[in-house]
Design a binder for this molecule. Structure first.
Ligand code: SAM
Length: 296
């Protein structure tokens, strides 16, 4: 276990550190006081888009900061520059277009680089579409998987969709509006028409909508008009497969015995194959002997 000796510093921006500052996902009222303070205290602010973040910064009275753009085009060089700045003792804040930096944005790889350089990373927690969508979905929250954006095509997309077929935890996807219908359709093919799904749209904004229904209904509903806005898809866990019936277990035991396997070993094999307690299967195997004996 590693520990950070400056962990208890007041804002974690004193001295060299990268501070991930969560910003609203649509409603400026969700900006925290700590987030504003951290941005005012930072010497440098990294953002994905200076025009977008410039509006946020000026709204909250943050001015005169050096801005560094970190997005898919600048990421590699920006990462090196930011690690160098933190190493030289600068306090660097990272904001992204919306929400918590590091969730499906360049913040993820920047944090890895700063941590790998042995430097300090801290965060001002706040809004994220992921957590808001999950907690409002009404689906299980105790165990969940965040899939982010699915790959757009190819074997990787097929594999990731196949995982949803048997996934026993709630699964959360981010999706762009123009790919929503295709993804809903692919999820229906993978998981079946009756699997429940929640579509969280435009969270915290004027047209916020939390739609609940089956995958089949979602396909119809969201195909009616061109989807607009920002979307999170929350998918119900797959139902566990029905346990085998006693008849199925007995058939399996008979098949093993017919191969010449002992009753005890047959029970062990069938128990492992069906995930049923060995004792239960063995008792059935004994019952089989009783049946056989009484019929002879
Ligand atoms: N870092 C962000 C966060 O913490 O949520 C996510 C950034 S990711 C690049 C953008 C995606 O997040 C969008 O395509 C959408 O799937 C989701 N998202 C962001 N804001 C949203 C909102 N207000 N309502 C629904 N989904 C949103």
């Amino acid at each position: 276990m590693t520990s950070d000796s400056s962990h208890n510093s007041r804002t974690a921006t004193n001295g060299g550190a990268l501070v991930l500052v969560a910003t609203p996902i649509g409603n400026l009222g969700d900006m925290s006081q700590r987030a504003v303070d951290a941005l005012k205290e930072a010497e440098i602010i990294c953002c994905e888009d200076t025009r977008h973040s410039g509006k946020l910064l000026s709204h909250f009275g943050v001015s005169g900061k050096k801005l560094i753009v970190i997005n898919e085009h600048t990421e590699y060089d920006a990462r090196e520059e930011i690690v160098g700045l933190v190493a030289s003792g600068k306090s660097v804040a990272l904001i992204t277009d919306a929400g918590t930096p590091g969730i499906s944005d360049p913040g993820e790889r920047l944090v890895v680089a700063v941590v790998n350089a042995g430097l300090k990373v801290s965060a001002i927690p706040g809004p994220s579409a992921l957590t808001m969508a999950l907690v409002t979905s009404g689906l299980p929250t105790s165990r969940f998987v965040f899939e982010g954006f699915l790959p757009r095509s190819g074997a990787e997309r097929t594999e990731r969709l196949a995982m949803a077929t048997t996934e026993s935890r709630t699964t959360i996807y981010y999706e762009a509006p123009h790919r929503l219908i295709k993804t809903l359709s692919d999820l229906t093919t993978a998981c079946g028409a009756v699997r429940r799904v929640v579509i969280a749209r435009e969270l915290t904004k004027l047209h916020e909508e939390i739609w609940r229904g089956t995958l089949q209904d979602a396909n119809m509903h969201f195909s009616e008009t061109e989807p607009r806005g920002e979307f999170v898809i929350i998918l119900e866990p797959a139902k566990p497969p029905a346990p085998p019936t006693n008849d199925e277990l007995l058939d399996a035991i008979r098949a093993e015995i017919a191969k010449g396997v002992s009753r005890k070993d047959s029970a062990a094999r069938v128990s492992a194959r069906f995930g049923v307690a060995k004792r239960t299967v063995y008792e059935l195997a004994l019952q089989l002997r009783d049946d056989t004996e009484s019929s002879t």
